[in-house]
Design a protein around this ligand. Structure first.
Ligand code: SF4
Ligand code: SF4
Ligand code: SF4
Length: 382
């Protein structure tokens, strides 16, 4: 029995549980204990098992569900839809605008988001169901608050899209089954001779689409004098109802229909945040590489990759995924030759467990805002 216990997994789990307890024990100690227990047990099992994909997928989809449930609870339980839309219509959009209040809930704006995601900068009052943000008091302090954001971008690069982003859970949930129902060959390059033709990679313009969307978003934010982060905010979408319906339409096509039919995360191929993060993949600590001596070119990895980061063309030429790799690890677990791993740059030191450990810590820290809202709502209900 004791021989089956993985010491490395135990130590990692204890660190995560300790941090989770410290992070969440205010305002309710029992809540800190629950998050610590869940975080610790989850960490133990995901570090211990070789097949991490099932747990990874459950975690990633859960983040989307928490995000959605939080949003729905705010709109439908405490307030009602029409008052929320009224509030959204009057909502001001300025750089570094603090959050605005509707009843007892402060909705985050540019400044408040960065404070609360840092965690522990907000004090929650269970008696009133509201919370107060007291830090940072100056612009300098605000810039210090941005350090964790910069660190997240630098450390994770596009691993953020594989582990942390709440929006990514929807297309991930839609990718089900083994069957590629739509091949979408018109978006791919054809190579080979007339007798042996195959589709090696997606076309360049398809791959670059996200950079076009990023450029258009920056331009739009600049012309409309809106913080770029607000373009990702559901409140801004609701302010302009036609925009809201356009985004819902894009979500249905790119986050639901296309992922379900093609087994790829198409939403993440047009996402401007994903494009921004992809630019940092080159300096990320986590590099997926294929051992060319072991690889027999079966291309199972390319079939399994949700991001077209590994394609037959890429495997044959570079033996490493391109900048769209989200470090999810599917290819690692689906390679029959055990030829793929994640390493520190330019070394043979494996670091997949380190990525998972850091991702769980980041998730616990970054979701503070949502947990506070849920706590507020739960306290109001009971
Ligand atoms: S590409 Fe965009 S939506 Fe997809 S996971 Fe990354 S940040 Fe989230
Ligand atoms: S699954 Fe493994 S063996 Fe097959 S092509 Fe990919 S790296 Fe090579
Ligand atoms: S290359 Fe591998 S780790 Fe990267 S996104 Fe594709 S399946 Fe995930």
């Amino acid at each position: 029995m004791i021989a089956n216990i993985n010491i490395r997994a135990v130590i990692t789990a204890l660190i995560v549980a300790g941090l989770a307890f410290w992070w969440y024990y205010e305002p309710l100690h029992w809540f800190g204990a629950i998050i610590a227990a869940i975080g610790g047990v989850f960490t133990y099992f995901i570090i211990k098992t070789k097949r991490k994909q099932n747990l990874h997928r459950s975690l990633f989809i859960s983040l989307f569900v928490i995000f959605l449930v939080t949003l729905l609870m705010i709109v439908y339980i405490d307030n009602n839809l029409s008052s929320f839309i009224d509030w959204a219509a009057k909502h001001k959009i300025d750089y570094y605008e603090p959050g605005e209040t509707l009843r007892s809930t402060i909705y985050p704006c540019t400044l408040v988001i960065s404070q609360v995601f840092l965690g522990r900068a907000a004090t929650f009052f269970p008696s009133t169901g509201s919370w107060l943000v007291t830090f940072p008091p100056s612009l300098n302090a605000f810039l210090w608050v941005m350090v964790p954001f910069a660190a997240t971008i630098l450390i994770f690069g596009r691993s953020f899209c594989g582990w942390i982003c709440p929006f990514g859970g929807l297309p991930e949930a839609m990718v089900t089954g083994k069957k590629e129902r739509w091949q979408l060959n018109f978006l791919k390059k054809r190579v080979g001779t007339a007798s042996i033709l195959y589709y090696a990679d997606i076309k360049e313009w398809v791959r670059d689409l996200k950079y076009g969307v990023l450029f258009a978003s920056i331009l739009l934010a600049f012309l409309a004098v809106v913080p770029i982060v607000c373009l990702l905010c559901p409140v801004l979408w609701i302010m302009y109802m036609p925009t809201f319906w356009i985004i819902i339409g894009l979500m249905i096509v790119f986050a639901i229909l296309l992922p379900f039919m093609s087994k790829k995360r198409w939403w993440c191929h047009i996402c401007p945040l994903g494009a921004f993060l992809a630019m940092f993949n080159r300096i990320s600590l986590f590099r997926v590489r294929i051992d060319k001596n072991k690889c027999d070119k079966c291309f199972d990895c390319a079939n399994e990759c949700r991001m077209y980061a590994l394609t037959p063309d890429i495997v044959s030429k570079t033996y490493k995924p391109n900048e769209d790799c989200i470090r999810c690890g599917r290819c690692i677990e689906n390679c029959p030759q055990d030829a793929i791993e994640m390493y520190f740059p330019a070394t043979s030191l494996r670091n997949r467990n380190l990525l998972i450990f850091l991702a769980i810590i980041a998730i616990l820290a970054w979701y503070t805002w949502f947990v506070f809202i849920l706590l507020g709502k739960i306290n109001n209900i009971f």
